[in-house]
Design a binder for this molecule. Structure first.
Ligand SMILES: [Zn+2]
Ligand SMILES: [Zn+2]
Length: 866
């Protein structure tokens, strides 16, 4: 690699302690009188950059040129290992060395004229030995470089005097940090900082910067010297002070408080509470990176929130744990998590609102106290379960001082906590001296089943037993709590008599519903009970029960339904008490009604024949028919009824027909239409009971006949059917045309059919058709016949014979014959009246009964053929 042999160096000195190879190069250049180290390396035949970066071969070559032991030069120089990594005095350096700018301590140079290795460490800013800042510039302001021909040689000025350089007193914090760093290189006094001592030097640099940046307080964003805009050395010095003086806890607290102040919650734990700092630490692999830092985090966090096991912070001394998770707290206190939660809520240790991802935490000393005081405690639900009663009954046990909760959280959710010995003690007291059985005897009732419909509530029963006025009769194994303890209901009744009854118990005793009793009390009807009262003296309830027999009791004794029974009693002459009625209760004076009820029970009196089911059917049919617009056929009415009820006892149509027949005063059946209410006029007719009901045919026939009589022109089938439809009248035969054909046959005496025009009243003349009832006796008048009549009329009016062509034109003008007709049409028309019309040759048609002399015609003669 060297093209020319080096000229060699003639002047050199021994390498000094702490001097680097590059430092010695500068000094040699100075001795040789080189203006730049460029010349020196050329003369020595070495590469300056490779020498600066500690390449072993380059150091060896330089050592040979200056006649030194290469290992002595390498001792304080940066060296490159086999993998190309930089080391200095045995420490891996990474990018912690500066190769560009050069710095120096003028005071050090005053003592000994040579370079020191630690001036090249980027993180070092001062000379700890002299307490001044390192200097990087000549007095003229030019930066020192490695090219100049000496330790102080400047390329811009001839200055060569250390006295011209500034000697600024360094920041003591930075000095302290630099001294530590130097000591790690085996130079200078040693200060013990366990967290740093345990870290490799490169990590020391990083850690100092991180901890220094963390002094700024909580942040989510990562912080570095550069991000903070501060000199690296200053930031590191701050970090060093924190670690050296044991102020890490303070810094962590500052961060944590900042997090909380920004709305953070401790439950979020390590993931959030320490911002970026913990993330950096976790990224560094936590305890594996620095067990001492890990411990600091761990202890700090443990005092503030429960530590999740996945935090990689190593083992924590038990005394450092200050907060426990719900599960851990429950385990430590010896209660279920439910009970623990209730305890925490009752004591205000935790909040009720549950947020996702959050953890409930308990101060460990509280948990220890809870463990001593409330071991095995039960939540409200657990206590309910143990006693096998509902929440409501449980609350009334507490309200009645029959069972005391250990903690009473109150609030909407009632966070009660019970000592299990209290709950078990109550069960034991209630069941003491009770014999065991496999199943309860008839007539016994479990305490847990008391309440609605029983003489007393669960709480009332429990009180009676605790007072010794009642005893549980039997305990059935295998059933929980009060479900397994049975009492005699009659005995319970006896025990509560003479006492004050709860509202519900009183209502049962008085056979009133709760609402009725409330109204009766508030209405002042119950003598001796104040309005708003929640209890009723048993005597008062008994007096009420003795005075009144409520409808419920009567029904129990006689059967039947409430409304019917009430009507029947009314019919039998018993009116309900008017005051009670105001409370929506039906009650009768016992003194008055008792005898009657007994008689009915004995079959000596009757409540009256119960209404037959056909009456209900009739009522419903009446309701349906009052709303329809046309009569309903039987099958339609039956279908509508069946939607509401079964038809008679076995749902037979026969029952329907007989029921309707029974009610013929109400209903009428119009044949061809259906059922109708007699009370409603039908198509203008009333349908009285005396005499047969008209059929639909009769009714519609009458309507159509009347329609034709009133018409001013003949009505076609379409005219009639349209008119019927307009008036919503159904023809009895569904096909209207069929109906009308048959209708005409039925009424030929009254009607005539004018073919092509329509039906017409037979008794009325109709001139456009030349119809005259006096002369026309036939059932119909055809169009041809009508044309014949017209021919007679025209001949009469014209008083002369008319030709076929003349007749055709005239008839056509009058609309008597169609515009296109056969030549035979006139002939056919005349043929209908051969007695009246004759054909005269070459003259035309003429009246048969009149002479026409011009043609020599005389009526005496027979008609002439056309
Ligand atoms: Zn110095
Ligand atoms: Zn200068």
């Amino acid at each position: 690699m060297k093209s020319k042999a080096p000229v060699g160096l003639w002047g050199w000195r021994q390498i000094e302690p702490e001097e680097t190879a590059m430092g010695l190069l500068l000094r040699v250049a100075e001795i040789q009188g080189h203006s730049s180290t460029e010349r020196t390396v050329k003369a020595a035949g070495v590469n300056r950059s490779r020498l600066a970066h500690g390449v072993a071969a380059e150091i060896a070559a330089f050592a040979a040129q200056v006649d030194q032991d290469p290992s002595r030069i390498a001792a304080d120089s940066p060296t490159e290992d086999r993998k190309g990594r930089l080391h200095l005095r045995g420490h891996p350096m990474g990018d912690m060395l500066d190769f560009g700018p050069r710095r120096l301590c003028p005071a050090c140079l005053d003592e000994a004229w040579h370079h020191r290795f630690w001036w090249d460490i980027r993180a070092v800013a001062t000379c700890p030995r002299h307490g001044i800042d390192l200097v990087g510039n000549c007095a003229c302001g030019k930066r020192f470089t490695w090219r100049g021909g000496g330790l102080l040689k400047c390329s811009a000025c001839p200055n060569n005097d250390t006295m011209t350089l500034p000697r600024a007193a360094a920041d003591p914090k930075v000095l302290r940090k630099d001294a530590y760093l130097l000591s790690r290189f085996g130079a200078g006094e040693v200060e013990v900082v366990p967290i740093l001592d345990a870290l490799p030097l490169r990590e020391v640099f990083t850690t100092l910067e991180r901890i220094g940046a963390a002094c700024e307080g909580y942040s989510y964003e990562w912080k570095s010297a550069e991000a903070l805009g501060l000199p690296l050395s200053t930031v590191q010095a701050r970090g060093f002070e924190v670690l050296a003086d044991g102020k890490l806890d303070e810094v962590l607290t500052k961060i944590y408080d900042g997090f909380i102040a920004q709305g953070g919650r401790p439950e979020e734990g390590f993931t959030s509470c320490y911002g970026w700092l913990y993330h950096w630490f976790n990224h560094k692999r936590g305890a594996k990176f620095s067990s001492l830092l890990a411990e600091a985090f761990h202890v700090h966090g443990a005092a503030r929130f429960p530590i999740v096991p996945k935090a990689r912070l190593g083992k924590l001394p038990a005394t450092a744990v200050k907060k426990l998770s719900l599960k851990a707290a429950a385990a430590k206190a010896g209660v279920s998590v439910y009970a623990m939660k209730s305890i925490g809520l009752s004591l205000g240790l935790i909040r009720t609102e549950k947020r996702s991802g959050s953890q409930l935490s308990f101060p460990v000393d509280e948990v220890e106290r809870i463990g001593r005081d409330l071991k095995g405690a039960l939540s409200l639900e657990e206590a309910c379960e143990r006693l096998a009663i509902g929440r409501k009954a449980m609350i009334s046990l507490m309200e009645g001082d029959l069972l005391q909760p250990a903690l009473r959280g109150g609030g909407r959710r009632h966070d009660y906590v019970f000592r299990s010995q209290d709950v078990d003690g109550l069960l034991a007291k209630l069941g003491s001296g009770t014999s065991c059985a496999v199943s309860p005897n008839h007539g016994l009732i479990a305490i847990a089943d008391l309440g609605r419909g029983a003489a007393a509530t669960i709480a009332e029963c429990v009180r009676k037993i605790l007072e010794g006025r009642l005893r549980a009769r039997v305990r059935v194994g295998g059933r929980p709590g009060l479900k397994g303890l049975f009492i005699d209901h009659d005995e319970l009744m006896e025990a509560v008599t003479g006492e004050v009854l709860s509202f519900a118990a009183a209502a049962i005793r008085m056979r009133l519903n709760a609402r009725g009793l409330r109204k009766a009390i508030d209405g002042g009807l119950i003598v001796g009970v104040q309005p708003g009262s929640k209890t009723v003296p048993a005597k008062t309830a008994d007096a009420f029960a003795a005075r009144f027999m409520m409808l419920g009791e009567i029904r129990d004794r006689l059967g039947g339904s409430f409304p019917t029974l009430r009507d029947q009693l009314q019919a039998a002459g018993f009116d309900p008490d008017p005051d009670l009625e105001k409370c929506l209760c039906a009650g009768y004076l016992r003194g008055k009604i008792e005898r009657f009820v007994q008689q009915v029970e004995a079959g000596k009196a009757s409540l009256g024949k119960p209404e037959g089911s056909w009456k209900a059917l009739v009522r419903e049919a009446e309701r349906i028919l009052s709303g329809v617009s046309a009569p309903l056929p039987s099958k339609d009415l039956l279908a509508k009824l069946r939607r509401k009820m079964t038809i008679g006892p076995s749902d037979q149509a026969d029952f329907f027909y007989s029921a309707m027949w029974e009610s013929r005063e109400t209903f009428v059946y119009v044949e061809g239409a259906g059922w109708w209410l007699r009370s409603r006029p039908y198509l203008g007719r009333t349908l009285p009971l005396d005499g047969p009901a008209p059929t639909q045919t009769e009714i519609v026939d009458g309507i159509v006949v009347e329609m034709l009589r009133r018409a001013d022109r003949p009505l076609s089938q379409d005219d009639i059917l349209t008119e019927l439809k307009t008036r919503s009248i159904l023809t009895p035969v569904v096909d209207g045309e069929v109906f009308l054909r048959r209708f005409f046959v039925r009424h030929t005496d009254k009607l005539i059919k004018l073919t092509g025009l329509g039906y017409w009243d037979r008794a009325t003349p109709y001139s456009p058709a030349l119809y005259d009832p006096a002369t026309w006796k036939e059932r119909t008048q055809t169009a041809v016949q009508r044309a014949g009549l017209w021919i007679i009329k025209l001949l009469t009016d014209e008083r002369r014979p008319l030709t076929r062509a003349e007749l055709e034109a005239m008839l056509r003008d009058r609309g008597i014959i169609p515009g296109k007709c056969t030549r035979a049409y006139i002939g056919n028309a005349v043929g209908e009246f051969s007695d009246e019309i004759v054909y005269l040759d070459r003259v035309g048609y003429w009246l048969a009964r009149k002479p026409w002399p011009a043609a020599g015609y005389r009526p005496a003669g027979r008609k002439q053929a056309a």
